[in-house]
Design a protein around this ligand. Structure first.
Ligand code: SF4
Length: 468
């Protein structure tokens, strides 16, 4: 069914909200932050009030509210994943992207099924259990059937300990209704497509040709995905193409639209900032650069506005800033990423020549985990919800009132334990065991706490894949 996309994003209305940049009064600010703590989300006009906070004490209150909301919904866990790019062929010409059709400097690859399996072996050897599989839009070179085959191939790989990938999320260009039906049968987790920019004139400028140049087709994708069998969808905007305030409020509008129309808001929201990409001149000269301070504020306002949704932070951001943003509501992070097809087989994370963009956090998975633990967060490889069918509305029913953390915490402990036993160095083992011991007492239900203790012992004795 054709969707009226003007009903999703009302540009005039959003523009009117961000026109007024007056600093909110303390009364206004506190009223909105108090409402945010009720975990029911915010209206765009309320989110716009928070966007206008500039004074250090106001920002401190905003950040601490965002941090509390994340802890109330998800607890202290940070779920880790690795992106897996299987093809960089693309028939689109997005001005900011290294995969763009007119970029002749890039080495094009569509990985063979064997090459995909080799990449998965490496990802597994680092301890990951979740991947995000991606490919460019070029049905002539890499078909949808190939993508489905790649998913099954990735699931089939087992490492020497018998571990395998337990959840594959996907990010592929908009599909037909029939293809969505087939994708839903392929055992995927979340289906993600970024709108890139919600501002129509900007979108049209940035996507001059190819299938992707159709703004409406892209914006209605998530509704079609949900109507054709998929349970969980992820949305995102590429920050830097247009004003970040507009994009943030538009993400909120999109989330609210999906929730009201389908009873399921986005499972995740991603907020990558443009990074330089070879052969994409616009990425070197960003039209609306987003400062670190604005980026932090945007993440915090997003967390206050859509409390139940996972917020994803990628390795585009440098390690130091990532650590700061963990405190503001992020709930999922990539680690050890490569953004070029075949990149995991290379010794360095440098994507020169075939990556979609450059990376700023090039630490290994082990290093990221060690620093996440040192910061007091629980690294998690959990895939429990997807495995137990807690998806779509069922997931939302648990996430919205903050019940999901009753599953997240024990699952973070069991999956961290597996990581420590199977992959960690001595120092991480010690740090991790200490954190597990301390965190056990945070499981509120005694029965669940005892069962988690039992699972931890079983994992020590060689059992794997125990979850709630
Ligand atoms: S319990 Fe569900 S929401 Fe929590 S980390 Fe696991 S899969 Fe994610």
């Amino acid at each position: 069914m054709k969707i009226k996309t003007n009903n999703i994003i009302n540009e005039q209305y959003l523009a009117s909200l961000i026109k007024d940049r007056d600093k909110p009064s303390l009364f206004e600010e506190e009223k909105v932050l108090k409402k945010a703590l009720e975990l029911k989300g915010l209206e765009p006009a309320e989110a716009a009030v928070l966007l206008n906070i500039t004074d250090p004490s106001g920002l401190a209150r905003l950040y601490s509210t965002a941090n509390s909301i994340k802890n109330l919904i998800y607890g202290s866990r940070l779920v880790l994943f690795a992106p897996l790019y299987i093809s960089n062929y693309c028939s689109n010409n997005c001005l900011y992207c290294g995969y763009r059709r007119d970029n002749t400097a890039i080495e094009r690859k569509c990985l063979s099924i064997d090459a995909i399996k080799r990449e998965v072996e490496i990802i597994l050897s680092w301890g990951h259990k979740r991947i995000l599989m991606l490919m460019g839009e070029h049905p002539g070179r890499c078909s949808f059937d190939y993508f489905l085959e790649a998913i099954q191939a990735a699931y089939s790989v087992k490492d020497s300990r018998g571990n395998s990938i337990r959840r594959i999320n996907v990010e592929v260009p908009p599909l037909s209704d029939e293809e969505f039906g087939r994708l839903s049968g392929a055992g995927i987790g979340t289906y993600t497509v970024f709108q890139e920019s919600y501002h129509r004139p900007t979108y049209e400028k940035m996507h001059p040709s190819g299938e992707k140049s159709d703004y409406d087709r892209r914006l209605e994708t998530m509704s079609r995905a949900l109507e054709n069998g998929l349970n969980d969808v992820g949305i995102g905007a590429l920050l830097g193409l247009y004003g970040w305030r507009f994009e943030m409020l538009a993400l909120l509008e999109h989330a609210r639209y999906l929730d009201s129309r389908h009873g399921v808001g986005p499972h995740t929201i991603s907020v990558p900032r443009i990074e330089p990409a070879s052969g994409a001149p616009l990425s070197e000269n960003i039209p609306y650069p987003v400062s670190d301070e604005d980026f932090k504020k945007m993440v915090a306002v997003l967390r206050c506005s859509v409390p139940y949704t996972g917020i994803i932070l990628s390795t585009r951001e440098p390690a130091g800033l990532r650590q700061e943003v963990f405190e503001l509501g992020v709930s999922q992070i990539s680690a050890g990423s490569r953004t070029a097809p075949g990149g995991y087989g290379k010794s360095s994370p440098d994507n020169a020549g075939s990556g979609q963009f450059s990376l700023n956090d090039t630490r290994s998975v082990g290093e990221v985990i060690k620093s996440v633990i040192a910061q007091g967060y629980l690294p998690s490889f959990c895939t429990g919800c997807y495995r137990l069918g807690r998806v779509g509305e069922d997931f939302m029913d648990l996430a919205k009132p903050g019940q999901i953390k009753l599953h997240c915490l024990p699952n973070a402990l069991t999956t961290l334990k597996e990581y420590l036993v199977d992959y960690a160095d001595e120092e991480t083992k010690q740090l991790g065991e200490k954190l597990i011991k301390e965190s056990l007492s945070n499981i509120p239900l005694q029965g669940r706490r005892e069962k988690t203790r039992e699972y931890l012992k079983e994992i020590e004795n060689g059992k794997r894949d125990l979850y709630f």
